[in-house]
Design a protein. Structure first.
Lengths: 539, 565
């Protein structure tokens, strides 16, 4: 019998350990770790040497510790920040200054993302327009902004456009709209929210629920009867109904706004103001003032002295509420603005003005501080949940409205235009990625154009659009750090000032990196969550 | 309404039959939905208002345009009704006048575009000054109420914009580089496009020259020259080095042909490394850099140097990072990870936590003193997400960390933090630091692009490479990377365009590249406050550069058949 089981060739029983993938892997990684650790230790050692000389990690007791490195955050910052969402003064700490910067970055990012999405979507759709001019204009917009550097665009917008706007008295008003372009930046109308806005807000939420219910109810009836009803319109109308109702209820029940006048003026309610002002004018009706001024029987100085003199706190909603009612009634007025309420009260007591405007509660407490409070009375003033405040030039300043400083306008416009071009390409590619057969099938089913877009094209396009859109939002957030070039006080600009002033370079860089990483990660987390929700469910 | 159209159709159609349904026309163009009607009304109002306002400012041009619009619209409508389109009206019908809204929109846009283009021509040419003498330029611009562009500022500063402070006596180096690159590009375009040179010596030689080009160009631009008085010495040494390298080349080729084994190829590699070290040692001290890049480099030259360096250097680094992030080597086993973590935890718990816990007054401080437990958490996460793979961990952290922060902070870090990371007394020029920062930054983005390409390679390719007995290096070099990189060429070129545009950011950290020079122009006493003109010129440069890159990428894609296989 021959050997049935041949002996295995020698040396093949086991792999030698130096050729074993598992062993090599672990050894290589250990070598890698040792290298990384040694490199890091070398760098840290250098940092220790260099920083030790600077003393930025020194504790109060003279020892060096990592923990003490961040103590500088509670020192006074002592630099001013031109614009801030929260209250900030140079005597606040570095930590608060950095927070102001972070909030400014967040403001630019959020506004930029919203506006760039709108612009990009419009441009992307325009790119697919059947009109040759529209699609080519969109193409040129996209090509130009994608192929030139953002920083160059920002410099051009800031130094080449916004800073060359005319002085405040010659402010440009495009198309006669109440938007003012001047060296001070952009001033435009904006909403002012009164205290009763919260009540109206509740009605708005109610209205949305109501619209939803109407939508669902009509949808069910459509299914049962087979007859189509215009349910979009009905849902919208029901929402508008609730909103309008809420507007009047909120405005009617609100009783927070007031004015304080001396009893000598004999003003008991809003309507008496007209009588008071008319009694000082040589005309019998407020509508005649303009003609009187025009024919010279009333000088402008006389009109100013006869006007209602108002004391108010700067940028307070109460003033907007009161003056917009005066303007509607045609009553001339002059406003004397102060920074704080007690200053306004002092001016009122000194006789600089006859009316003090503020919330009723504040007025009541101010009256109690007056010597002869009984001689003054507080009168309720009507309010609406939202007042539109329109900017006006008074002297050398803009009063009211929303102000965009030149720096903020530059960084916002620059980011929106640049990112919008990228989003336009994403939107176009997303819409074009939906197969033509889908559109034809939708038409064959008899769907209307809006139904086809809403139910067939968009859901499929969104799957293609969302992932690249995420990275564009991330780019926008990161590019907002270029604000330093146009002097907007964003996180990086303030961190840089902090770094130069305090000399704590390592710590400041750690804070900034952590902040930007947090921002980036939270944006990508939110959009990834949304992406998972709309992603194709594969079986 | 229907009747007069029908009668018109009958009259002009010479008896042919027509199907114009005016009811359908109105339904499709006006009363499609209430939203559409609203849009139509708004558009009509806008067009009317804009046309009237344009009539005020540019009566003649607007008149001509409106007349042309009326004429072409009526011609198109007439041809549409009679169904006798010619090429022009058919194009107009399809592209500009396909519906009432499009017709109105076309007029609005034509007026707006003509106004904008006319405004630009007016600014850039008609009311502009082209003289390089500042006084003359002021006199020319003073004639106009709103003066146009002052191009003299750009023309006068052309050398600054191009090379800034590069010494005039060294200009020949730049011209030489330009000519050399031009010749090399022309030669390689020709050779690489010819199929008969596919495995030819010439092509191999060209590849070698291309590999040496970055180093040579770099040395030229740096003004490298022999130390004064040692020129002959340098030439002798250079000849010796070259001769040695040639000898080594033939020796290694012979060796590899005679003994084709792994050990010999390893030996040859070691030999080459030793030769490189020897060459550097021999030439050391005979050459000196004639220029300080912080001072001599600037303008477009610096922009190009940084962009090209970042592109070239980030490529190998990015590929390595991508491979590292996807590396499948067996990780550190859990028992080792956990036991190491446990040792650390125990040590710090004993030395750090015990005293701190005892001293803590609030529960928050007590909780904080338990921080060594984080070692165990980190060990768990490391095992869960990276399977113990340290290389993947490091690469992932590097890539995501760099991608999460803005470039400007990385650049500032290279300027401010880099000196702190180096030993005392050691200094590196800011140009080198910024170049390194740009390359390290670009590598992270490139790695993600390459990773995308790697993910698109089917598993079968890896298995096939293993099956035919290629080792890991050969597998990636011959099979995986060529396919992976080919698929992501568009993405990589897009990233390079981004990098080219991002070089503007180094103007903020204080190096005077193109944008830095443009900013300096407005501070010159001759051209005080002239800002728009240099910026417009820069936009032209960047637009052209990006456009060239994008176009050649599209050509390359077509040649390599991206997306076709």
């Amino acid at each position: 019998m021959a050997e049935l089981s041949p002996t295995p060739p020698k040396g093949q029983e086991s792999i030698p350990f130096w050729r074993d993938g598992r062993v090599i892997g672990v050894l290589a990684q250990i070598a890698f770790v040792v290298m990384v650790v040694l490199g890091t230790a070398w760098l840290l050692n250098n940092v220790n040497d260099n920083i030790g000389a600077l003393g930025s990690f020194r504790c109060a007791d003279g020892t060096e510790s990592f923990r003490c490195g961040f103590n500088f955050l509670s020192i006074d910052a002592q630099f001013d920040i031109s614009e801030s969402i929260i209250r900030y003064e140079p005597s606040d700490s570095y930590a608060r200054a950095l927070l102001v910067g972070a909030l400014n970055t967040l403001k630019v990012t959020v506004l930029g993302v919203i506006l760039a999405t709108i612009l990009g979507t419009l441009a992307g759709i325009a790119r697919l327009s059947t009109n040759w001019l529209v699609s080519n204009m969109a193409k040129w917009y996209v090509d130009f902004f994608r192929n030139t550097p953002l920083l160059l665009q920002l410099f051009f917008i800031y130094f080449g456009v916004i800073l060359l706007f005319p002085a405040i008295k010659d402010a440009i008003q495009p198309f006669g709209l109440p938007i003012f372009l001047s060296q001070r930046g952009i001033n435009m109308p904006g909403p002012v929210f009164m205290p009763s806005f919260s009540i109206w807000m509740a009605f708005l939420v109610l209205g949305i629920i109501q619209a939803q219910v109407t939508w669902l109810f009509l949808g069910r009836r459509e299914e049962q009867t087979g007859k189509s009803s215009n349910r979009g319109l009905w849902a919208f109308l029901s929402f508008v109904l609730v909103a309008v109702l809420g507007w009047y209820v909120a405005g009617g029940t609100a009783n927070s706004q007031g004015i304080m006048v001396t009893n000598a003026t004999r003003v008991r309610e809003f309507g008496d103001i007209e009588t008071l002002v008319l009694s000082r004018l040589p005309v019998s009706d407020l509508g005649d003032i303009d003609t009187a001024v025009a024919d010279g029987s009333l000088s402008t100085e006389a009109l100013t002295t006869a006007s209602l003199q108002i004391c108010a706190v700067k940028d307070a909603p109460s003033e907007v509420n009161f003056t917009s009612q005066l303007r509607r009634a045609g009553i001339p007025f002059v406003v004397n603005r102060t920074d704080r309420l007690n200053q306004a009260t002092e001016a009122y007591v000194a006789g600089d003005c006859e009316v003090l405007v503020a919330p009723q509660a504040a007025l009541a407490s101010e009256r109690s501080t007056l010597e002869n409070g009984a001689n003054h009375s507080v009168i309720a003033i009507a309010e609406t949940p939202v007042r539109i405040s329109v900017p006006r030039i008074e002297g050398l300043n803009f009063i009211g409205g929303i102000k965009l400083t030149p720096s903020f306008a530059a960084i916002l416009i620059g980011l929106v235009l640049y990112t919008g071009a990228f989003i336009a390409e994403i939107v176009r590619a997303g819409i074009q990625s939906v197969a033509k057969g889908q559109t034809e099938a939708a038409r064959a089913l008899g769907l209307s154009e809006s139904q086809r877009l809403r139910l067939v094209v968009l859901p499929q396009a969104m799957r293609v659009i969302i992932p690249p859109l995420t990275s564009q939002y991330l780019n926008l957030a990161k590019n907002s750090s270029l604000a330093i070039a146009v002097g907007f006080a964003d996180l990086w600009a303030i961190a840089y000032t902090t770094l130069n002033q305090s000399g704590r370079s390592v710590q400041v860089f750690m804070i900034v990196m952590a902040a930007y990483l947090t921002l980036s990660l939270s944006i990508s987390f939110m959009l990834n969550w949304y992406n998972r929700r709309i992603a194709l469910v594969e079986r | 309404m229907t009747t007069w159209i029908q009668s018109l159709q009958e009259r002009v159609g010479n008896g042919r039959e027509f199907h114009f349904d005016s009811g359908r026309f109105i339904r499709e163009n006006i009363t499609k939905s209430w939203l559409f009607t609203l849009w139509l009304i708004i558009l009509t109002y806008l067009t009317l208002a804009y046309t009237i306002s344009q009539f005020r400012s540019l009566p003649f041009t607007t008149g001509v345009l409106v007349l042309a619009w009326l004429l072409t619209v009526s011609l198109t409508v007439y041809n549409e009704i009679t169904r006798s389109h010619n090429t022009l009206t058919l194009w107009l019908r399809n592209n500009l006048y396909s519906s009432i809204t499009n017709t109105l929109l076309s007029l609005l846009l034509v007026l707006a575009i003509v106004a904008a283009v006319w405004g630009f021509i007016d600014y850039a040419f008609l009311r502009a000054s082209f003289t390089r003498v500042p006084e003359e330029a002021q006199a020319i611009l003073a004639q106009f109420d709103s003066p146009g562009a002052n191009w003299g500022a750009v023309l006068d500063n052309m050398r600054n914009l191009m090379v800034f402070r590069y010494p005039k006596e060294d200009s020949w180096r730049l011209w030489f580089v330009i000519l050399y690159m031009g010749a090399l590009l022309a030669a390689s375009t020709f050779v690489f496009s010819q199929e008969r040179f596919r495995r030819h010596r010439i092509r191999q030689a060209l590849t070698g020259i291309w590999l040496a080009t970055p180093v040579l160009t770099f040395m030229l631009l740096l003004g490298v020259k022999p130390v004064p008085g040692r020129t002959v010495d340098f030439l002798i040494r250079l000849l010796a080095v070259l001769a040695g390298l040639v000898a080594l080349f033939f020796l290694s080729r012979g060796l590899l042909k005679r003994f084709p084994s792994l050990i010999v190829s390893f030996l040859v590699t070691v030999l080459w490394a030793a030769a490189a070290v020897t060459a550097v040692y021999l030439l050391r001290g005979t050459l000196v850099a004639g220029l300080n890049p912080d001072i001599a480099w600037g303008g477009l030259l610096l922009t190009l140097i940084i962009a090209v360096f970042a592109i070239v250097a980030s490529f190998p680094l990015g590929v390595l990072l991508a491979l590292g992030r996807r590396s499948q080597i067996r990780g550190i086993p859990p028992w080792l990870t956990y036991s190491t973590a446990a040792v650390f935890t125990a040590y710090y718990l004993y030395t750090n936590t015990l005293p701190a816990f005892a001293a803590a007054t609030t529960i928050v401080q007590q909780l904080f003193s338990l921080w060594p437990l984080l070692f165990l958490v980190i060990a768990y996460l490391f095992q869960k997400y990276f399977k113990g793979n340290v290389v993947a961990l490091f690469c992932t952290f590097y890539i995501e960390g760099i991608r999460g922060v803005p470039l400007i902070t990385v650049l500032f870090m290279s300027i401010i933090l880099f000196p702190i990371l180096l030993p005392k007394g050691m200094e590196i020029l800011s140009t080198w630091r910024v170049m390194a920062a740009a390359a390290l930054f670009a590598a992270a983005y490139l790695a993600e692009n390459v990773r995308g390409g790697l993910q698109s390679i089917p598993k079968g390719q890896y298995e096939a490479a293993d099956a035919i007995g290629l080792n890991t290096f050969q597998k990636y070099r011959l099979i995986i990377l060529p396919q992976a990189i080919r698929t992501v060429i568009p993405a990589i070129v897009g990233q390079f365009i981004g990098l080219f545009k991002d070089t503007t950011l180094i103007a903020i950290v204080g190096l005077v590249e193109l944008l830095g020079v443009a900013n300096l122009i407005s501070a010159q006493t001759d051209w005080l406050g002239v800002r728009r003109e240099p910026y417009i010129f820069l936009m032209l440069i960047y637009f052209t550069g990006s456009w060239v890159m994008a176009t050649s990428s599209r050509r390359l894609e077509k040649r390599m058949g991206v997306g076709e296989r």
